[in-house]
Design a binder for this molecule. Structure first.
Ligand code: PMP
Length: 351
């Protein structure tokens, strides 16, 4: 703290991202990256930008990318917003759509960036407990609020809500924005983008970091009514008119256009997840039903923090959260088959 800080900075509690270890030989199953590379077509599109073109500013509207997203989902480009990772898209939504003096509602347990943004933008919130099966209790969200946000599938549990439940929640909340954070939707969930034409208060965010394997490129998006998108555009253009660089626009658009590669890699991750769930269950783990590219699991006889530390000794990094309700769980990213096998071998030795 110094006298040069703006007063509010001293009270900020920033988000702490998962570890990005420098040692390449570790089996890295802690931050839900995709084990398969980005689409070769996305890489070629980025390489084509990597040259003299970098003299020039990128398209501030990222039209090529918006068009690719609009085509993929059958919506108009006026219904699409893009940003520097979905974290930035979410930040703009908190800033521009949730500041109404009433509490924002989100689940307890959920993505830990939500309370951080509430702190940054001075938004009050209520975190509503999950039920005994770690599922979101939709009935609890029919109360006065300044907005609602939840990931679907939820993070870090991996549990998904069906579209019927999301519609119940939307019907109970016609007057505030409901933001469905679909960072992990492509691994088994049902996207709520099909509902945006019916519900003008629904905003759906997605990322290219997971199912499109571009975490390093930092691209996220949101789809919703043009009025919601207009608010996000105003915030964005008051903050950074060029959040996406030329490579990001070209690479992300090409990744959206390459549907065959996307389907094939998502299916491979899903198949690996099912194999991993079966093998971990055989080792005595209780694994929550996952529609994501990770599993959330606990072992009835073993302490999760100790297991995470022991796995690390064996060269495997997984995520452990200290928050009390989930402190006995490990969140494990679905890796390539040989990475998952390394995890299982290590667990076999530890247990
Ligand atoms: N939402 C959820 C639920 C997440 O887990 C993540 C990844 N940490 C994000 C959003 C942000 O993803 P990105 O900024 O890479 O698009």
């Amino acid at each position: 703290m110094s006298k040069f800080w703006s007063p509010f900075v001293k009270d900020l509690v920033p988000y702490v991202p998962g570890e990005q270890p420098k040692l390449a030989k570790l089996v890295k199953l802690n931050t839900n990256e995709n084990p398969y590379g980005p689409s070769p077509k996305a890489i070629a599109a980025m390489q084509a930008e990597l040259g003299d073109n970098l003299r020039l500013y990128p398209d501030p509207n990222s039209d090529r990318l918006k068009q690719a997203v609009a085509d993929y989902y059958g919506v108009s480009t006026a219904q699409v917003f893009v940003g520097n990772g979905s974290d930035e898209v979410l930040a703009h939504a908190f800033h521009g759509l949730f500041q109404h003096g009433r509490s924002l509602l989100f689940p307890d347990v959920t993505y830990s960036f939500y309370p951080v943004y509430c702190g940054l933008y001075g938004i009050a919130y209520e975190a509503l407990p999950l039920d005994e099966q770690f599922q979101i209790r939709v009935e609890d969200y029919a109360r006065p609020n300044g907005g609602i946000i939840f990931p679907n599938p939820n993070a870090p549990t991996g549990c998904a809500l069906g579209l019927a439940a999301i519609e119940r929640l939307l019907k109970a909340n016609p007057d505030t924005v409901v933001l469905v954070d679909e960072a992990y939707i492509d691994f088994g969930g049902e996207t709520a983008i099909s509902l945006v034409n019916q519900y003008p208060n629904l905003l759906v965010s997605q990322t290219l970091s997971k199912s499109r394997s571009l975490a390093g490129l930092r691209v996220g998006l949101a789809v919703g009514h043009p009025d919601l998108i207009e608010a996000l555009e105003r915030i964005k253009n008051s903050f950074n008119s060029y959040p996406l660089d030329r490579m990001a626009i070209a690479g992300a658009a090409a990744a959206f256009e390459d549907q065959a590669y996307f389907q094939q890699t998502c299916q491979a991750v899903i198949a690996s997840r099912e194999a991993l769930v079966a093998a971990m269950s055989d080792l005595g783990f209780e694994v929550l039903p996952s529609a994501a590219n990770f599993v959330f699991a606990r072992h009835p006889q073993r302490d999760a923090a100790e297991l995470a530390a022991a796995l690390r000794e064996h060269g495997v990094i997984v995520r452990h959260f200290k928050q009390q309700r989930i402190a006995q769980f490990l969140r494990i990213t679905i890796g390539a088959p040989e990475q998952n096998q390394a995890l299982l071998d290590a667990l076999g030795q530890i247990l």
